[in-house]
Design a protein around this ligand. Structure first.
Ligand SMILES: [Zn+2]
Length: 198
């Protein structure tokens, strides 16, 4: 079930996000993902902004590969997480029915399968476009739609996406919009659900 943020965050209509992704594959994606999220979330009336203060940040974004660890209010947590998937992991920590802090883990080395001209399969790093889709998807989770059951029926908030061999992902379900992402298209069914929680 979706969960609203704590009132003092909701009042600001702003989510502060700490950039813990470091300097590797994901280095460029952080700023692009916030900007894309803000465009997507415009109908909700909220925005995500970068902060350098990890403790005070509403959302902490990091990479994960294997076991991921996070800590909030003296409690330590641990989860298994694949560093090669095309999906991140978001844990929204809530108390009294409202989110107080969220952690996003992005797959440290997201892999896609490509085929050479002899038809042999190889696993290679996903494109920056795919990484952008993964990061925006997780920001939507952290913004309030924090459960698997909150996923949308199509587009950016569908799960799980498939790789299309052109550096993009798409919704594999039949009879769905097969248009590749990115670009990240508007989705009023998702922003409508978000707006109800803000
Ligand atoms: Zn998801």
């Amino acid at each position: 079930m979706a969960t609203p943020w704590i009132t003092n965050v909701r009042n600001t209509k702003t989510l502060t996000v700490y950039n813990g992704v470091g300097g590797g594959h994901w280095a460029n994606i952080f700023g692009i993902a916030l900007s894309e999220f803000n465009t997507f979330a415009k109908p909700v009336g909220i925005k995500a902004v970068k902060t350098g203060d990890e403790d005070a940040a509403n959302i902490v974004m990091r990479l994960g590969d294997g076991v991921v660890k996070y800590e909030y209010d003296k409690t330590k947590y641990e989860r298994n997480f694949s560093g090669t998937a095309l999906h991140g992991l978001t844990r929204a920590l809530s108390r009294d029915g409202v989110i107080e802090k969220a952690f996003i883990f992005l797959p440290a080395r997201p892999q896609v399968t490509v085929f050479d001209n002899k038809g042999n399969a190889h696993d290679v790093m996903a494109s920056q476009g795919v990484m952008k889709v993964i990061a925006v998807h997780e920001l939507i989770h952290a913004s309030c739609l924090d459960e698997m059951s909150d996923h949308g029926g199509d587009g950016i908030f569908y799960y799980p996406m498939a790789y299309n061999q052109m550096g993009k992902v798409y919704v594999p379900e039949i009879n769905k919009n097969q248009t590749p992402l990115p670009p990240i298209r508007p989705d009023s069914s998702i922003t409508g659900k978000m707006a109800a929680l803000w």
